[in-house]
Design a protein around this ligand. Structure first.
Ligand code: F6R
Length: 639
């Protein structure tokens, strides 16, 4: 947490911002503020008015409030709540309506009186909209105004559903959702085409009237928009930036969401820094980018004109630093991600022995493996390592119904042709279930099963292109995913046990994993936490001490050059092969990776942009010019 930071470090921040090591720590702070306010108001015989948000961000806060109610007697009997928004066109009973979300995530577990909860009515007739929005504002006023407002933030900079263009005096109203917002909600609605186009939201002005505001944000997908809101100008393009004018607003964010704040990104520009080796690398690589000069051409003036004079005083001349950083970066490059046998490995990212290695690739959903590290994967196999890929989840929630229909057609035709009554019975059952479920209904176990099988088949044909035998693919189908819905997953011991068993069986020398720094409720982040727990369980087993963990940063993103500890270059042919591997995941062609914003509209183009960009970044530093690079960061298991 950054509360003891010297004040100059936050000099560019226009909103008080606290960075927490984890989302849970931030939620405890906000839950404390809520508990205290309720206690004060109750003691004074007053009710407490809370403004609430939905989405993944506040889920952990709500879990903490439920825990306090259950274990510590925190009572909501004197609390009134107003939610920020609701999708227009959804009845409260719809599984994705915010009314249903609030019931399932909070209201059903605390002693809040049903009549004290308020959520805009998504089923209101168009002609009654204006009156209904006015009544919502009046109800807030009549309750005495909002004491504490909880906010999340969308990647468009929206608060509530106040999309770009919203003015600071806007009030509760019907709005049109931004296309990025709809894309972000696509998985919840099992397809972007199902996401409502409109919503009713409290306005920016309504939010600014709350007495105290906490905005929460987790994961690096929010990092850009957090930096723009906190350090940028107040602008309708980023509605959250209007919170700069609120006298009592705090952003409580995790390290992922803080990545783009000046104090995290360029700390040397806002104060003195401890010039650790990592910090030097970060600063010198930044300097090279900023001055558009390769590392070996940076001059003393470049350092001193860019806030790094003290680095020269402390750590040597520009000439020495340039060479040191050039070598360090050069040593991250290797064509042997599993280590090069019989070679001097003193400057290689991975050790030479043992060889071959048992390499385990953990893919949160099918596709992440090839999408984020398909080239490295192929090299590991071709260089003789024993590669196993474990798909943590089936990914069946991300398969559109149209894909199932296609398979059903095939099964029906085949069944009739071969007179196979069992297959025909199954195909007809699923056909009927699809019809009955309609646009928004939940998938039956049969439909989910079939969707999972479709993704398995895609993974197999992708792996075939990377020369991996089918037996080396393991489909764990972790229970948290099979029993859940996006944003509401609750992993448990059975998940850890399942992964633990696999680790114990394989005893890997290296594990490729992802998810550190993502939104904590996302599948990659949950997968990473399950890995962490499984490793903690296996700590006593000797193999853990001899296992290196390499983090790939996907889907849809890449490490920054200063963060890369292993850079695996791909030749044009290898790169093309990887792209062909990605193409095998036909059901995912229109799904955008959860972390991407703007740029490419489809998964496939984005993968190539990312790997080309990393290669270009290495080239610009003055290193060799490659077609594409996949980057990895080493993660040390902390005891
Ligand atoms: C939800 C809301 C939105 C969300 C935002 C972030 O009531 O008002 O502004 O807070 O879209 O969503 P998540 O938390 O799902 O990333």
């Amino acid at each position: 947490m950054s509360e003891s930071l010297p004040v100059e470090a936050t000099q560019r921040e226009q909103i008080s911002t606290t960075i927490y090591r984890s989302a849970d720590q931030a939620c405890i702070r906000v839950a404390d503020a809520i508990s205290e306010r309720i206690a004060e108001n109750t003691a004074a015989g007053k009710q407490t008015v809370l403004g609430l948000a939905t989405g993944s961000t506040p889920v952990r806060l709500y879990r903490e409030l439920i825990r306090r109610h259950r274990d510590e007697g925190l009572s909501f009997a004197d609390v009134i709540t107003f939610n920020l928004d609701e999708y227009y066109g959804l009845a409260g009973s719809h599984p994705e309506s915010y009314r249903r979300f609030m019931q399932e995530q909070l209201f059903d577990f605390i002693d809040l009186k049903p009549e004290n909860t308020h959520i805009p009515d998504g089923a209101i007739a168009r002609e009654d909209m204006f009156a209904s929005c006015r009544a919502y504002e009046e109800a807030i006023e009549n309750a005495g105004g909002i004491d504490i407002q909880i906010l999340g933030i969308g990647r468009t900079g929206h608060i509530g559903f106040n999309e770009p263009g919203s003015t600071p005096d806007s009030r509760t109203r019907l709005v049109t959702l931004d296309s990025l917002t709809r894309r972000d909600a696509a998985r919840d609605f099992l397809g972007e085409e199902n996401v409502p186009r409109h919503a009713i939201t409290m306005g920016v002005g309504s939010i600014l009237h709350a007495r105290q505001v906490f905005l929460l944000a987790w994961g690096e997908a929010k990092a850009d928009v957090i930096a723009q809101s906190v350090e940028g100008p107040q602008t309708e393009a980023i509605p959250a930036s209007f919170l700069q004018r609120h006298p009592n607003c705090v952003f409580c964010i995790d390290e992922g969401a803080a990545r783009r704040l000046t104090r995290a990104r360029y700390p040397w520009l806002v104060g003195t820094v401890d010039w650790s080796p990592d910090m030097i690398r970060k600063a010198v690589l930044w300097l090279s980018r900023k001055t558009k000069k390769p590392l070996l051409k940076l001059l003393e003036e470049d350092y001193s004109e860019n806030g790094m004079a003290d680095l020269l005083t402390e750590k040597g001349s520009a000439y020495e630093l340039n060479i040191r950083m050039f070598n360090t970066t050069q040593h991250t490059i290797t064509g042997w991600p599993g280590g090069k046998p019989n070679a001097d490995d003193s400057h290689r990212p991975e050790r030479a022995t043992p060889f071959p290695k048992r390499s385990l690739i953990l893919s949160p959903e099918p596709l992440d493996d090839v999408y984020c590290m398909g080239g490295t994967f192929h090299r590991l196999v071709n260089q003789g390592n024993e590669v196993t890929v474990a798909y943590l989840t089936s990914g069946n929630l991300a398969v559109p119904d149209s894909e199932v229909r296609r398979v059903i057609e095939l099964m029906l035709e085949l069944g009739e042709h071969r007179q196979s009554t069992e297959d025909l019975k199954f195909a007809r059952l699923v056909e009927r279930q699809l019809r009955e479920k309609g646009q928004f209904g939940d998938d039956t176990p049969e439909i989910r099963h079939l969707k999972g099988l479709i993704r398995r088949a895609e993974s197999r044909s992708s792996a075939r292109l990377l020369d991996v035998d089918s037996e080396r693919l393991r489909f764990l189908d972790l229970p948290f995913y099979e029993n859940g819905r996006y944003r509401r997953f609750q992993p448990g011991e059975s998940d850890t046990a399942k992964l633990g068993e696999l680790l114990h069986e394989i005893r890997p020398h290296q594990i490729f994993a992802t998810g550190l720094g993502n939104d904590p409720l996302s599948v990659p982040a949950l997968g990473f936490e399950i890995l962490r727990a499984a490793l903690a369980d296996s700590r006593t087993r000797d193999w853990v001490n001899d296992c290196r963990i390499w983090l790939y940063r996907g889907p849809g993103m890449e490490w920054e050059t200063h963060e890369i500890d292993m850079a695996v270059p791909l030749s044009p042919d290898e790169f093309e092969n990887k792209i062909q591997g990605i193409y095998q995941h036909q059901t995912q062609r229109n799904q955008s990776p959860s972390l991407s914003k703007g740029g490419s509209s489809n998964t496939w183009n984005l993968a190539s942009e990312i790997n080309h960009a990393t290669a270009n970044a290495y080239d610009a530093l003055g290193l060799a010019e490659y077609e594409a690079i996949e980057g990895f960061k080493r993660w040390i298991i902390q005891s």
